[in-house]
Design a protein around this ligand. Sequence first.
Ligand code: NAD
Length: 420
Amino acid sequence: MTNNSQSAQTYNNIQAAIRTSGEDLGFSEKTIITMTEPYNIINESVTVEGIDNPVAMYRVQYNNALGPYKGGIRFHPDVDLDEVNTLAITMMLKCSLVGIPMGGAKGGATINPKELDETQIEAVARAWARSMHDHIGVDQDIPAPDVNTNGQIMSYMLDEYEKTVGRSEPGMITGKPITLGGSQGREQATSQGGVYVLQKLLEYLPEKSGDKKVIIQGFGNVGSFAATILAKQGFTIVGLSDSQGAVYNPQGFDVEMVAEKKKEGRVALQDLFKNNDDVQHISNEKLLVQDCDILIPAALEHQITKDNASDIKAGVILELANNPTSTEADEILEKNDIMVIPDFLANAGGVTVSYLEWVQNRQQFYWSAKEIDEKLFTFMTDATDKVYALSQKESLSLRTAGFKLAVERIGTAVALRGNK
Ligand code: NAD
């Protein structure tokens, strides 16, 4: 199946799950339709200086019943409308579930950053901000980083947006470097938030910890911080991967060292361990089915499917990537008693600290790393407690319980605004 049709299928499945929860909760057809269709789709073909062909650029503003639209921007060759819609509806659920006053959105540009130099990437970032400037803003829609975008790209976008609108507006984008109004703790927030969720659930279900052996797919922003945070908490990281391939070592990796080396340049994980006999070099597909207690997809979507779900050995899957598990795979995992911690809970730490960054920008008063961490902990553990309690009360998977809680809050906001 192509990435495009997989995204379309995931999108349909999420819409169907929202409908099921909505009907269960007694929302009207009008409310349900309002929650399952995007409010605005902006899709432009933009000429970018230094790049031969026009670049497809997207922003899907899914729903703003709870507050301004919020969601990251992805630079990737697979970015298309189906993918952006899917990520935008997921953002709507995420913001609702953790209880922040924001709606859902997502954006992207269809480029392969690996084929572009720094000047061209800057030109794409500036062109995205220029072409979207009428649709985004501190009270309207607040973008952030996602795959292949980072604090530097947010800085170019902030700069271009402010030049275009002619005023300072740091809260129009989050994930900025600290000097430009970024928040303490934003870089590692998605991973730290995911670890808080995991730890809370392991408090409820300590038998799921096993020997605390962890495999992480993807060693970018989210995967690398998850690895280093978990290693400090006494977990053993036995498997890692990047887009080039995977490495597995039952004795565990020195992930601080790996993160340092990766930061120094674009070095592939397998090249880092090419002369090490303790380390097995395997494919990304094989990594997912190696022996471990906790499996963390932290790369792209559509990784756990009906074809590999029954071979997964982990007892817990912490979805730090968005939409890594298909609906069919979910059913197999549930039957095999594997606890899946759904993306819209597991990786909501990123948008939570983005929200805190936005609050700080608006009040022009900044919190310490400790204050941010305490707030993140409270948001993540409160949401986890609610999801776990409902899953126990109604014998639901964590994903279904999460859907129900998220839909309840959005549906109520949508209905209060008159769509009932
Ligand atoms: P990133 O670009 O920093 O890293 C992505 C990593 O995945 C890289 O190491 C890349 O080599 C690897 N990768 C790509 N294809 C792969 C494949 N087929 N197999 C194994 N590894 C592969 O991106 P990120 O910001 O770390 O995001 C990772 C995931 O987390 C995405 O699904 C993203 O939507 C999600 N997410 C990110 C944030 C955030 O704050 N950055 C927040 C919530 C969710």
